[in-house]
Design a protein around this ligand. Sequence first.
Ligand SMILES: [Zn+2]
Length: 68
Amino acid sequence: MVFLLMQLIVEGGLVKMKIYCCLEHTELALDVAVDESELAPIFEKIDEPTKEHRCQYCDKEALYTVEN
Ligand SMILES: [Zn+2]
């Protein structure tokens, strides 16, 4: 389920991942991002959270994004 919701963007052969998460699940999202890429992920706060983006793990409003 979690993996189905994961947003995978393929750019020039590089697989980029963007995870939306709430405050509670930032740690989990960072762990997943590090496991996937073995690189330090980019962690950002969403300035204006919208109802459009939900936490991938609990379906609350997403407050942060984790990218790599
Ligand atoms: Zn959550």
